[in-house]
Design a protein around this ligand. Sequence first.
Ligand SMILES: Cc1cc2nc3c(=O)[nH]c(=O)nc-3n(C[C@H](O)[C@H](O)[C@H](O)COP(=O)(O)OP(=O)(O)OC[C@H]3O[C@@H](n4cnc5c(N)ncnc54)[C@H](O)[C@@H]3O)c2cc1C
Length: 412
Amino acid sequence: MTFHVVGAGVAGLAGALLLAKAGHRVAIHEAAPSPGGRARALPDGTDNGTHALLGANRVALRFLGAIGARDAWIEPEPAGLPVLDLADHQARCVALSPLGWARGARRPGGLTLGGLLALMRLALPGADRTVAAAFAAHPALLRTLVEPLTVAALNTPAEEASARLLGIVLRRLALPGAAKLFVASRGLGPDLVAPAIATLACHGATLRSGARLRAILREGGRATALDFGEEIIALQPEDEVMLAVPPWEAARLLPEVPAPDRHAPILNLHFAHATEGPVRFIGLLGGLAQWVLVRPGGVAVTVSAADDSVGLSDDVAAVRIWPEVREAALSFGLPGDWPVAPPRARAVRERRATPRHGITPRPRPPRRPLANVALAGDWTLPDLPATIEAAVRSGETAAAVLMSAPLPKDPA
Ligand SMILES: Cc1cc2nc3c(=O)[nH]c(=O)nc-3n(C[C@H](O)[C@H](O)[C@H](O)COP(=O)(O)OP(=O)(O)OC[C@H]3O[C@@H](n4cnc5c(N)ncnc54)[C@H](O)[C@@H]3O)c2cc1C
């Protein structure tokens, strides 16, 4: 009996690990030359894009623990998130959780009692509306807190993003420890993908890269063979398949599966600027960029919901973004030289980084579209934003479904 896992993104890796740890024979098939999917290292070791996790992402953090990588994800800003407002050049430290707002200094700008009530109302059931509509009466809070959180968590502009989904994110942030922010200290390669692959190998799972599933042959509601072009793998009656591919590939392979078809881009700009200090993570308001991750190897800048900027050339993006980075670095006293001229930069454009999280409900695909096939992937859990947390949850759920085991419990 073999469990075939198609797709070695986070969902496939997490699902494969549960299967392999349960003692099953697991074969992972990945189309790209290397694993990781949308959370991967590029051939030169650079991350495709900055990935942050929150304390609220308990299942993702548990997965990091299971692959021995939990300690590699560090909290760069334990005292609160440094945020520079480029409009008025104010630099402050903001608590991401309402629990931290008791201390006035950590409150986001523009927070009033009315704004707090509007945030609390997001938790109430009711018809969905856009985040911008929900905060129309609180423009200052929308600008300083709600819009940046929306773009970071939902990768969708506030004028389009679902207030209901943002409410789910905010409810999770209200728990103790939930708003701690973690980043990979070295990068996604050494701190996520490589440890996952090594752990899987220890449990006997195999990984084949460059193996793109072209078609699923089927008969009587079951998959009978996996067509990889040069190789067709006939499935034995007891074999099972986890399809852990992005939505557009799932829709191509199984056209009857409802899958999101509108996606939002993320632009990451990597500056070749070596620094001396510790890892830092800074938020920007009112600029083109939203997040700056400073690691000794370089400075990575994120523009989420990047519909308007994903088309910029590397040079234009660098010229526009570097002054924002420099001002942030100087405002927060980051060590080293921050020259006026932008260092060499390279952009990574993920045009389909996540589904768009708008107010039209995302389709809810079946867990088992065929008798011996289960679906995984960040997009398969429409009640959650498409993130690493959703990807791990989906992979672990699909593994449990395939093993007819109880669904994994949430960590306490
Ligand atoms: C730039 C960027 C920044 C992000 N930032 C964050 C963040 O800060 N925090 C966070 O939690 N999330 C973030 N995300 C989202 C996160 O990366 C994704 O939610 C997660 O990686 C999705 O994992 P997945 O396994 O569901 O899908 P994928 O990563 O897309 O994995 C699917 C895999 O299937 C493979 N595949 C596709 N078709 C086939 C086929 N036919 N045959 C075989 N293999 C196939 C693909 O190559 C891929 O490896 C970000 C995403 C991007 C792009």
